[in-house]
Design a protein around this ligand. Structure first.
Ligand code: 8GP
Length: 820
């Protein structure tokens, strides 16, 4: 057997430079003199891929020939971030790259910048999927990420003159994509529409149209594991045969229509929008990638065998359903087993239920997908029949287990009545082996509230796996300064593979010299971000002010409104003379957020923040004391710059609404202190770093529930806190809209009459905690000690640990054997 690739590559810088030259010549057709940074980027990426090729092929061979169950991570989103530096790091070629590029006469940063960031995800769920496949490869677990290669990812965000969000298309594939290998030979046919007929006593699906699914393969190199997994993203293409008939009748436009429609399936990432339902194209996307991926896995493990023994399928691979988007894969596997391979229902059911597990990522009931049965029937008539049968079987099973008819009725997968619909979360909870939430509190709330009936009947299915983040990207790549200091402090860099080793930093929080070094790293990161913000956005940031950051999707439940109202209240305090500008801690408040294109109040909140920023940043009364900036188009690249520079991290959602959060973990690991509610993973972060090192405020889940039950009246809080009143009045009186009192009327009216997420009720507590924060910030040594304690105790939040939990609790598998 061949050896795995050595972790640290033995290639020299000179050799690597030759490889890049070679790619420039034979792939790009340019001399180094003619080459542009973009050419060098493509050439380097191509060279790195070649380095990974042996490990990639060997990992696949070991997986196919061995007995280690693989993991299939089915996800509609993979928010990968840029690949070059990560691939260099994981293949041990970083130093060689910098030296080689220099030798070739290029600026490494320009080469890195030539890569366009793919935005194939909306936010937390998509980034989590990317962290997970990194960890799977780093742990040496054989795995596939399966998703869609969208032609357009999440929109590029701009702000217009009035501060409004403008969505622009994201042309990420206009340039070369050296990482993705289009594998035409391993395409899959995905059928749609038509009808089901009875033939020889069998139900036979006669589809009306089909799409060709072509895999685009991305290598997923593990960090020093010698393993390289695959991210397989499907592209939709039309079949030529479709237009021929019409074309022959010389109706050209009609002839290409099906082509265009077929290719639309992978054209665009659906905007995250909890209010949006019934999108036919979205269901097409879901089925498209679920079906192609399941067929692909069968091909990978059983080749072209005509009668494979698919009862062994669950021993070959276990599929994780990343939220409800791939849940249509459940009836699809049933259909494949019964219709394509001739298994009986019970055997198919046994295989299917052993194959799937389901992760839920939300607590918002409106975010749980529900499809009209009529739509499923139109696009996937055979699947609707199968879902009906699953539902019947389920109803019988429930009748055996409980006498509670109301409960049975509540649990229907297929709702009763005139316009039935299919609840995808229920289908997944019934058919999946395991169901998990993404933080302890979230999993508890799933059991107690969202999926309560299911956890009553099937308690053993329910488990928790707290999210995590990859330290390779979010520490080593994002924060080289802190990474070097940690390695110095620990005397080893093994923490990148075993993040719990950070615990050993804790004693250093008592060492003033170390604390000062840590503070210096943070300051340098602030300077770095200020430089970036200047060149990228033309912002002037003062790195001696506190960097206070809130980055996440713009959503009412996350409560960016709470933050901006507190900023406005402080501004109002100074303007009215209640507080002297010199008495406040100078702060730079940084927001990053995209709002779903159709989310009216979220977009208005963006506009408000932008206009508050305009007014405050230009007011000499607060200059140097308070500044608000909103870098547009927040993405992974911005996150990697901003998180290491942040001192105060805002995690201020209404308790019981944020499933987990993952930026909270990234911040703690990069030495920011958190101000947060008892929500999502904040709870666990606080437990680990200690209550003294976390700024807790706000109502708890129980208090929130009680307030809903008692009837919540936001106006009472407006009247009760003069600072809050002053802030809201300022929004209403046109201060941030050139005197236009109507500009924010819908927002103001929502706050005063509805305020579903209780921003107003938590406002006073939020202000009080901010005062404590300012006091502590005055003692820089103490502040930084606490920041170090945060870093030291956050090793648990590595995605490596999350994956180990999935391996033990859900997937029941592990790494491929290594050969020594
Ligand atoms: C997010 C949760 O909101 C966040 O708390 C959690 O950290 C993250 O998932 C990873 O678990 N949920 C989503 O991003 C989400 O539901 N996205 C919708 C597009 C489905």
């Amino acid at each position: 057997m061949t050896e795995l690739t050595a972790p640290k590559s033995s290639v020299t810088a000179a050799q690597f430079a030759d490889e890049i030259r070679n790619e420039l010549k034979y792939t790009q057709g340019v001399t180094p003199e003619q080459a542009k940074p973009a050419d060098v980027y493509v050439a380097t990426a191509t060279a790195v891929r070649k380095h990974l090729m042996d490990s990639w092929m060997k990992t696949q061979q070991d997986m196919i020939n061995g007995n280690t169950k693989a993991v299939g991570y089915l996800s509609a989103e993979f928010l990968m971030g840029k690949q070059l530096r990560n691939a260099l790091l994981n293949s041990g070629l970083t130093d060689q790259f910098y030296a080689a590029v220099k030798e070739l006469g290029f600026d490494a940063q320009e080469v890195i910048d030539a890569e366009y960031e793919p935005g194939l995800g909306n936010g937390g769920l998509g980034r989590l999927a990317a962290c997970f496949i990194d960890s799977l490869a780093s742990l040496g677990v054989p795995a596939f990420g399966y998703g869609i290669q969208y032609r357009y990812g999440i929109f590029r965000q701009e702000f217009d003159e009035d501060g409004r969000q403008v969505e622009r298309p994201d042309y990420w594939l206009t340039n070369e994509d050296p990482w993705g290998h289009i594998d035409y030979a391993r395409d899959q046919r995905v059928n749609f529409g038509g009808e089901v007929v009875e033939e020889d006593g069998k139900r036979v699906w006669k589809p009306a149209w089909a799409v060709r699914a072509i895999p685009v393969d991305y290598m997923v190199p593990g960090y020093e594991s010698g393993r390289v997994n695959t991210l397989r993203l499907w592209q939709a293409r039309a079949y030529d045969e479709f237009d021929l008939l019409t074309f022959n009748k010389s109706e050209y436009l009609d002839a290409v229509k099906p082509q265009v429609e077929a290719e639309n399936i992978s054209k665009i990432l659906y905007p995250e929008d909890s209010t949006e339902v019934g999108k036919e194209l979205r269901l097409e996307q879901q089925y498209f990638f679920a079906s192609a991926s399941l067929h692909d896995a069968i091909r990978v493990f059983y080749g072209d065998a005509e009668k494979p023994d698919l009862t062994t399928f669950p021993d070959k691979i276990t599929f994780q359903l990343n939220d409800t988007h791939p849940v249509i894969g459940i009836p699809e596997l049933m259909r494949i087993l019964i219709d394509e391979y001739g298994y009986d229902w019970d055997t198919a059911w046994d295989i299917t239920t052993k194959t799937f597990n389901y992760t839920c990522h939300t607590l918002l009931p409106e975010a749980l997908e529900v499809w009209p049965a009529s739509l499923i029937g139109k696009l996937l008539p055979r699947h609707l029949e199968i879902i009906e049968k699953i539902n019947d079987q389920f109803m019988h099973e429930l009748a055996d287990r409980t006498d509670d008819e109301a409960k049975i009725e509540r649990m229907r997968i297929l709702t009763a009545g005139e316009n039935p619909s299919v609840r995808m979360a229920y289908l997944a909870s019934y058919a999946g082996s395991h169901v998990n939430g993404v933080a302890e509190l979230h999993s508890q709330l799933l059991k107690d509230v969202t999926l309560r009936d299911f956890s009553d009947i099937y308690p053993a299915k329910f488990t928790n796996v707290t999210n995590g983040v990859t330290p390779r990207r979010f520490m080593k790549l994002a924060n080289p300064g802190l990474s070097a200091l940690i390695t110095e402090g620990l005397g080893t860099d093994k923490w990148l593979e075993d993040l719990e080793l950070l615990k050993n930093l804790e004693p250093l929080a008592g060492d003033d010299e170390f604390v000062k070094k840590f503070a210096k790293v943070k300051y340098d990161n602030k300077v770095r971000f200020a430089d970036f913000a200047k060149s990228e956005y033309d912002f002037d940031l003062d790195p001696t002010t506190m960097f206070d950051t809130m980055i996440k999707r713009l959503h009412e439940y996350k409560r960016q409104a709470l933050k901006i109202l507190e900023v406005i209240a402080t501004y109002a305090d100074i303007k009215s003379g209640k507080v002297k500008a010199e008495d406040i801690t100078p702060r730079t408040v940084i927001f990053g957020a995209k709002a779903a294109p159709g989310y009216y109040l979220a977009k208005m909140t963006i506009q408000l923040i932008n206009n508050v920023s305009k007014v405050i940043n230009n007011d000499p009364d607060v200059m140097g004391k308070l500044k608000v900036v909103f870098p547009w188009n927040y993405n992974i690249r911005v996150a990697q710059m901003l998180i290491p520079a942040t001192e105060l991290d805002e995690q201020i959602s209404q308790a019981g609404k944020e499933a987990s959060g993952t930026s909270n973990m990234k911040f703690a690991l990069n030495g920011a202190l958190t101000v947060g509610t008892l929500d999502g993973a904040n709870v666990e972060i606080r437990e680990r770093v200690g209550a003294d090192n976390f700024f807790l405020f706000g109502m708890t889940v129980d208090e929130v529930e009680k307030m809903y039950a008692d009837g919540y009246d936001p106006a009472k809080y407006y009247e009760g806190d003069p600072r809050l009143k002053a802030a809201i009045d300022m929004v209403a009186d046109g201060t941030f809209s050139n005197g236009d009192k109507d500009a924010y009327a819908p927002l103001v009216s929502d706050w005063l009459t509805k305020d579903w997420f209780m921003t107003l009720a938590d406002f006073t507590a939020y202000h009080e905690i901010q005062s404590q924060i300012e006091t502590l910030y005055g003692d820089q040594l103490e502040w930084n000690r606490k920041a170090i304690i945060n870093v030291a105790n956050s090793g648990y939040f590595s995605s490596d640990r999350s994956i180990e939990d999935y391996l033990d609790r859900v997937w029941m598998t592990g790494p491929l054997p290594t050969e020594k």
